[in-house]
Design a protein around this ligand. Structure first.
Ligand code: GAR
Length: 209
């Protein structure tokens, strides 16, 4: 009998509308967890009442929320978030529009397997306003970057990037929507490859086996 394919466990973190999460869920639902190589086992957030959590609930997934303001210190929040994620024993953790910088404890547990997607071509325009900053700078091309998270702001090793042209008539919202179309496909493709093939990080270079 052939060995059963390994299905990796994903915990996805969100702060907003969760369309990247939805793209992962749709891909997995369409082809099955074995073909994709991974299943989303839980969705976490740093705030209540967001569409990202509603999407997880509609998919029948467990959710958890850890709000910074409920903790005395940022470190305590970080440890609580790490603990909540760890409870689901993930192989990979995906930050899909999670708008918080994690701390030491989180990175100690999940460093090297914590993936983030960012709406700009890093190292240009890191931070919370990647789309706005690229537009304000007058960049003619921008895009998205899927990367591993390290202890800087959007500075970790790059896994893949997608390019999007900036149009003269673009405002932040129109440009972000076009970036997100590319970003959702890229994230789904990258997470699947990481799950199915495994990876190693050599300095700044990510090698997917
Ligand atoms: C995505 O474009 C993601 O790159 C961005 O938030 C959006 C979330 O969309 N993240 C950041 O800006 C992180 N610095 P979604 O909630 O619809 O998936």
């Amino acid at each position: 009998m052939a060995a059963k394919p390994v299905v990796k466990r994903l915990v996805v973190l969100v702060s907003g509308s969760g369309t990247n999460l939805q793209a992962l869920l749709d891909e997995i639902a369409a082809g099955g967890t074995e073909a994709y190589g991974a299943a989303v086992v839980a969705v976490g957030a740093d705030r209540d009442g967001i569409e990202g959590l509603a999407r997880a609930e509609r998919a029948g997934l467990p959710t958890f929320v850890r709000r910074v303001k409920d903790y005395d210190t940022r470190d305590e929040w970080d440890a609580a978030l790490a603990e909540a994620v760890d409870a689901y024993e993930p192989d990979l953790v995906v930050s899909a529009g999670f708008m918080k910088i994690v701390g030491k404890e989180f990175l100690a547990r999940f460093g090297g397997r914590f993936v983030n997607t960012h709406p700009a071509l890093l190292p240009s325009f890191p931070g919370a306003h990647g789309v706005r900053d690229a537009l304000a700078y007058g960049a003619k091309v921008t895009g998205c970057t899927v990367h591993f998270v390290d202890d800087g702001v959007d500075t970790g090793p790059i896994i893949a990037q997608g390019v999007v042209e900036v149009r003269d008539e673009d405002d932040e919202s129109a440009l972000h929507e076009r970036i997100k179309e590319v970003e959702r496909r890229l994230l789904v493709e990258v997470v699947g490859r990481l799950a199915r093939n495994g990876h190693r990080i050599e300095g700044r270079k990510v090698v997917i086996q």
